[in-house]
Ligand binder design. Structure first.
Ligand SMILES: Nc1nc2c(c(=O)[nH]1)N[C@H]1C(S)=C(S)[C@@H](COP(=O)(O)OP(=O)(O)OC[C@H]3O[C@@H](n4cnc5c(N)ncnc54)[C@H](O)[C@@H]3O)O[C@H]1N2
Ligand code: MOO
Length: 424
């Protein structure tokens, strides 16, 4: 028997980050950047106003009050996007909008609330006119540079904007766009093919013949692959026939960076995955010291060595196996750092009506509901849901955590501290 840790270590040794490709920004969302990005040109690219108001010279508004406002001639209107800027001379102001370039001669911006409104909402030439044209009355002085966002104050030209290895979330994509990048080099999302095996399987939506059940694993595992950041393809369940399975796998390999199968890996007479892949395929079948998830297959399939996970068929076994083995592999292929591959683990105190028992020599993963620590407490609690059996899908659907009971522990009393894997 292999331990959970040995199996996981073998998997992580076998998988590699996918080769970088250049992707348009929105296609790169959630991906890992493969090169440092420097700031090509100052951001913002020019001094601009942070307020709607008037661009002025300091000396002209010094000492201005409500009672004795500074009366300035308005030389023009500057909207965001204006390229043609008036020069603000002594005794003059330019009406300016948020984001518009600060015109030559101006030293600060007076917000419109500190003035008589000048033009109000209309164009500059419709405002209060004095003998020399449109005017604005400024009621307060401003400090040098006030309400001006300086060129390069967000990011200086040549500075490091993002480092290789960054995960591209919304703020990072916004920054890349602001810097003018339309596409970026990233590790692509792994493409995952998920296929169930079993002649008993009927697609949901179709009535069940006697002895048959609905295929649930391919839905849970495809959704789990998507949630792990992969592009996942669900293949209709394959019947228990090794030649058919081999043909389906050959077909699917062209679009797969990773393959997940479920079922057919134990010792039964129709254990098709094992039969189809046992000899010389590159897939090794093992029994792990864990429950659920004892029978597992893993290896690199086909000429390009596509990682294949042959997970056990019981619904809880396949899902727990995905969480523990497939998800970290997918994240490694997506280029995430070793410390970002795994679900968070926390300590929690067991809440249960009596002691829990666990098989000797096997690491057990019960399903549970985790409650975070109350104020002033260091650990939260975990309450198991359902029993240990690996067909208990309804209980799994109520759980948000896996409760880990170590190999050497056979009984856990209520109140004991255990490690809990948060499923997020
Ligand atoms: N004699 C032994 N029998 C079994 C052993 C063993 O060591 N000796 N191990 C048990 C354990 S543990 C597991 S786990 C299962 C693994 O079996 P398989 O991977 O071969 O899976 P199947 O036999 O195909 O199916 C098991 C179970 O799960 C249901 N199933 C399968 N696929 C789906 C699906 N897509 N959706 C929903 N349910 C599915 C299937 O109907 C069976 O009930 O073997 C034990 N047996
Ligand atoms: O080990 Mo199996 O995976 O209990 O259900």
């Amino acid at each position: 028997m292999w331990s959970v840790d040995e199996h996981l270590a073998d998997i992580l040794r076998a998988v590699r980050p996918l080769a970088p490709i250049e992707l348009p920004l929105l296609d790169a969302a959630g991906c890992v950047l493969t090169e440092d990005v420097t700031v090509p040109a100052a951001l913002p690219p020019f001094d601009n106003s942070s307020m709607d108001g008037y661009a002025v010279r300091l000396a002209d508004v010094e000492g201005a009050t409500e009672e004795f406002p500074a009366v300035l001639g308005v030389v023009g209107d500057i909207a965001a996007g204006s390229g043609n800027l008036p020069t603000v001379g002594p005794g003059q102001a330019a009406r300016i909008m948020t984001g518009a370039p600060v015109p030559p001669g101006a030293q600060a911006v007076v917000p419109v609330e500190w003035t008589d409104g000048g033009a109000g909402g209309g164009p500059a030439d419709a405002m209060t006119s004095g003998p020399h044209g449109p005017e604005v009355r400024v009621h307060r002085p401003v400090a040098a540079g006030q309400h001006i966002r300086r060129r390069g104050s967000d990011a200086a030209a040549g500075a490091l904007a993002l480092t290789a290895g960054s995960v591209l979330g919304p703020p990072q994509l916004g920054l890349l766009a602001a810097l003018g990048h339309a596409a970026v080099p990233v590790h692509p999302r792994p493409r995952v093919v998920v296929l169930s095996t079993g002649s008993e399987l009927t697609p949901p939506g179709e009535p069940l013949e006697p002895g048959r059940i609905h295929d649930s694993n391919s839905f849970a595992l495809t959704a789990a692959a998507q949630a792990a950041g992969a592009v996942a393809y669900r293949v209709a369940a394959v019947a228990d026939d090794a030649a058919t399975l081999r043909a389906v796998l050959d077909d699917q390999l062209v679009r797969a960076d990773l393959v997940v199968t479920s079922g057919g890996v134990s010792v039964g007479a129709y254990d098709v995955v094992k039969e189809a892949l046992e000899q010389g395929s590159g897939i090794e079948f093992r029994r792990l010291a864990m429950q659920p998830g004892k029978p597992q297959g893993f290896g690199l399939l086909g000429p390009s060595g596509v990682p294949l996970f042959a997970l056990p068929g019981n619904p809880v076994s396949s899902y727990v196996s995905f969480e523990l083995f497939v998800r970290p592999a997918l994240r490694a292929m997506a280029g995430l750092a070793p410390d970002a591959l795994h679900r968070p683990r926390v300590q929690a105190r067991l809440v249960a009506p009596g002691p829990l028992s666990s098989p000797p020599g096997r690491r057990q993963f019960l399903r549970g509901v985790h409650t975070p620590p109350a104020a002033g407490e260091h650990v939260g609690t975990v309450t198991p849901v359902g029993g240990a059996s690996s067909h208990l899908l309804a209980a799994l659907a109520r759980a948000d955590a896996l409760v880990e009971i170590p190999e050497q522990v056979t009984e856990v009393a209520p109140g004991a501290e255990l490690t809990v894997v948060l499923l997020g």
